[in-house]
Design a binder for this molecule. Structure first.
Ligand code: C2O
Length: 538
């Protein structure tokens, strides 16, 4: 194990996409940002220097941060933001994890442009549990707005209405050779391959608000890992990937010379507005003649739920001797959280006719505190949060049928407390209020096992009988299906304050978020470490 040093200078950079140029927030002037490489067991030190007018914080999405919540990154949850001119060094050790993750800004909508790959290689000398690919590549998907993304969300919060959808999806920062800007005709990411060789693509969805289908014309993808956990390998044409999720696939370049289109298009199982564009890249075989035609592919329609489920239902933990699926078999906390939208009064919202769209978990719309929850917890500062987050909805109703009489939600900065090492079963139920929507819910600080899912209302009597407690896939972000539910389990073996939220940024902005507070255990390595000296102050 070694120490890896990175320096992230947060700077503005003029960037042109879709034939228009705007200044964007970047790390080191790069878009997408630099890929961070480390090995399991390494100590990673990333010095972030903020040169822009926005407050900044960076999250290492999926890194467990055992006892080092100070390095997790969500602004006002585990740290105060890094203000203009300030520096903060994220310091964490990668314990028991290897695979593909991502890093992104975790404040405002800055992650629209401030994101990058996070590749954790196995410990030196430890092989992958599948044949070593000839080469590897990071394929990071995103969304692009022609206008300033901070203006987009600020306008929406002012009006009470939904923000504008993005103007394009991107692959490694580019809409691709087929975009609505002919002068970018030659643009786009090219993946160069040699016939007969295998390639591992580390596919990441860093988009803000949309789940994506991903496929490559004329090729099957062998899925080997999601969210930095190994799965039982299987072959498929199309994968689906929600914001915050990662999927490693092995591509066998089993064609002769030629060019094949790589495509990412939206999956949204709901009648709501999405950016309907398809981002493209090119798979290019060596030896292909310059004028040879490209092989195209059709992408699934945006409501192609069977295609999404075909992928999702195939995911099973590898559950080998070396990588066992340690599913908690007893439960200390059985929780049921509704996730969805609501409507609150807003006298200043003219466009929204005096009301605004909000989002909630168990009818609580989370209000961001003025000081970080973790600091308030550690230094025992009163009045920042309350510990009464409800473990069940305050009123039961037909979640996927008739909505309750009032769609109004309660505001609060509430956390759900857990003893160290407690086991949790959590059912996340979409409420379908306003519209049934997929909600990719991300839990910080833990991986969890996805033990069950279904459509309609969760039935606590019959559904648990169908749970997979043997080899459920292990993830950090899970799609709650539109008009349905998922059940997850995890062990609270990481002391600190851990954010959980919908990874559709618009839903987070609307309040679809909460936090678990895991108390220190009594053992020697069961309490959170002291904060670093340079931890920003609010
Ligand atoms: Cu990837 Cu709380 O975020």
């Amino acid at each position: 194990c070694r120490v890896r040093h990175y320096k992230f200078n947060v700077v503005m950079r003029n960037t042109t996409r879709l034939c228009s140029t705007k200044p964007i927030v970047t790390v080191n002037g790069q878009f997408p940002g630099p890929t961070v490489y480390a090995r399991e067991g390494d100590n990673v030190l990333i010095k972030v220097v903020n040169h822009v007018k926005y407050n900044v914080s960076i999250h290492w999405h999926g890194i467990r941060q055992l006892r080092t919540g100070w390095a997790d990154g969500p602004a006002f949850i585990t740290q105060c933001p890094i203000q203009q001119g300030q520096t903060y060094t994220y310091n964490f050790t990668i314990t028991g994890q290897r695979g593909t993750l991502l890093w992104h800004a975790h404040i405002l909508w800055l992650r629209a442009t401030v994101y990058g790959g996070l590749v954790i290689l196995p410990k030196r000398g430890v092989p992958y549990p599948f044949p070593k690919p000839h080469k590897e590549a990071v394929v990071i998907l995103g969304e692009w707005w022609k206008s300033d993304t901070e203006a987009v969300i600020n306008e929406a919060l002012k009006s009470g209405l939904a923000p504008n959808v993005s103007d394009a999806h991107t692959i490694n920062g580019h809409p691709g050779p087929i975009s609505n800007c002919p002068s970018q005709g030659g643009g786009g990411f090219t993946l160069s391959v040699q016939s007969g060789k295998t390639y591992m693509l580390r596919v990441i969805n860093a988009g803000l608000n949309e789940e994506l289908f991903f496929k490559i014309a004329g090729h099957q993808l062998k899925v080997v890992e999601v969210d930095a956990t190994y799965v039982k390998p299987f072959k498929i044409d199309t994968i689906v990937i929600a914001p915050g999720q990662t999927t490693n696939v092995i591509l066998t370049a089993d064609r002769n010379a030629g060019k094949y289109i790589v495509a990412a298009s939206p999956f949204m199982d709901a009648p709501i507005a999405v950016d309907n564009t398809t981002a493209t890249a090119t798979l290019h075989y060596s030896g292909t003649l310059a004028n040879s035609p490209t092989t195209f592919t059709t992408t699934p329609p945006k409501n192609a739920t069977p295609i999404a489920n075909n992928f999702l239902d195939s995911l099973k933990a590898l559950n080998s001797k070396k990588y066992p699926a340690n599913v908690p078999l007893t439960i200390d906390h059985s929780l049921f959280f509704t996730v969805g939208l609501g409507i609150n009064p807003c006298p200043t919202c003219k466009a929204g006719n005096g009301s605004r769209v909000v989002a909630n978990i168990n009818n609580v719309t989370f209000v961001m505190p003025k000081t970080a929850l973790l600091q308030a917890h550690y230094f025992k500062i009163n009045g920042v949060f309350t510990t009464d987050f409800p473990g069940n909805p305050p009123v039961a109703f037909n979640y996927t049928g008739t909505p309750p009489a009032s769609l109004a939600t309660n505001n609060g900065t509430k956390v759900y407390p857990l003893q160290y090492n407690a086991t949790v079963q959590l059912v996340l139920q979409d409420t379908g209020i306003i519209a049934a929507e997929n909600h990719p819910v991300h839990l910080h600080g833990f991986n969890f096992f996805a033990i069950g899912k279904g459509l309609g209302n969760y039935n606590p009597k019959t559904d648990p009988k169908k749970f997979n407690l043997v080899d459920p896939v292990e993830r950090n972000t899970i799609g709650v299906p539109a008009g349905g539910w998922v059940a997850i389990r995890f062990r609270a073996d990481n002391p600190g304050v851990w954010f959980m939220h919908c990874h559709l940024e618009v839903h987070t902005s609307w309040g679809l978020k909460m936090a678990f507070l895991v108390h220190n255990g009594k053992g020697p390595n069961e309490s959170i470490l002291p904060p670093p000296k340079d931890l920003p102050k609010c």
